[in-house]
Design a binder for this molecule. Structure first.
Ligand SMILES: [Zn+2]
Length: 90
């Protein structure tokens, strides 16, 4: 796996920071886009794009492809997960 260097850390309390914290809480598992909506982060896709620009590795996929849950979304909903992080616990 290619290791990317994190260039910038989002400021505490910003939407980007909240998205990042949620992704970290998931311990490398996927986080559904609806989770961010419930956190009042409707622009989560843009915040994920911002975090990628800062150097975070974040993978996206269709939520319907998750192996453990089936949310049965009516439309296309993305889910996200961290693929690398400087504060990784290992
Ligand atoms: Zn979902």
């Amino acid at each position: 796996m290619q290791y990317m260097r994190v260039k910038r850390i989002p400021n505490e309390g910003t939407d980007s920071h909240r998205v990042l914290e949620k992704l970290r809480e998931a311990n490398w598992d996927w986080v559904c886009g609806t989770t961010f909506q419930q956190m009042y982060l409707p622009t989560y896709a843009q915040r994920v794009a911002d975090l990628r620009k800062m150097g975070y590795g974040i993978e996206a996929a269709q939520c319907r492809d998750h192996e453990y849950w089936n949310h049965s979304h009516r439309g296309n909903v993305a889910m996200y997960r961290l693929t690398d992080d400087e504060e990784a616990p290992f």
